[in-house]
Write a protein that binds this ligand. Structure first.
Ligand code: PNS
Length: 170
């Protein structure tokens, strides 16, 4: 499927709580593969997030502004419905290790069953980033570890602000 304005539109979905340098690597590579790439945050009220979706959007916009064909958005409901609304033919996901494969395969097959016209494209995580996850970044940071080089500077700053705010709480 070609987007309304022509060219291939891809969605890069995720929680991005927060965006890491691994996500950023995928975003950059995806921007070279597709004509339009929409990084879409799942607005999931059931899953407890560290950062509200508005802050995650802000953090993503700060890094995505360097890529003219990349947009940032959020969605709720089914990913394939959102992709259809956006005229997207591709869902982009990253795979870090074999442990990601099973989960990703399940999601990809479910999405294909729901909307056979939409393909999931996997990119292998860059080797320098294959150990990074949002979950581990949050854990390392909360235990006083250094996360510089794992997340964009704006994210590291927000993690510090968040920690300061928590400290100030009664
Ligand atoms: O970064 P994450 O948390 O691994 O991303 C998971 C995500 C957002 C891609 C996945 O949970 C998703 O697409 N959710 C939307 C709901 C949906 O479409 N579910 C059916 C397919 S599994």
């Amino acid at each position: 499927m070609v987007g309304k304005a022509g060219g291939i539109v891809a969605i890069y979905p995720g929680s991005f709580d927060p965006i890491t340098n691994g996500h950023l690597d995928l975003l950059e590579r995806g921007s070279r593969l597709f004509d339009r790439l929409i990084v879409a945050i799942l607005n999931n009220t059931q899953k407890e997030a560290l950062f509200p979706v508005e802050v995650r959007l802000e953090m993503l916009r700060e890094v995505a502004c360097a890529y003219p064909n990349v947009e940032v958005d959020c969605f709720d409901g089914l990913l394939v419905d959102y992709a259809t609304q956006q005229g997207a033919a591709v869902l982009l996901r990253g795979i870090r290790a074999i442990s990601d494969y099973e989960y990703e395969l399940q999601i990809a097959l479910m999405n294909r069953r729901l909307k056979p016209g939409i393909e999931t494209v996997f990119l292998m995580a860059g080797e320098a980033y294959s150990f990074i996850s949002s979950k581990l970044v949050k854990e390392v940071f909360s235990l006083g570890g250094d996360v510089s080089g794992l997340v964009p500077p704006g994210v590291a700053g927000r993690l510090r602000n968040h920690a300061l705010l928590q400290k100030g709480k009664p």
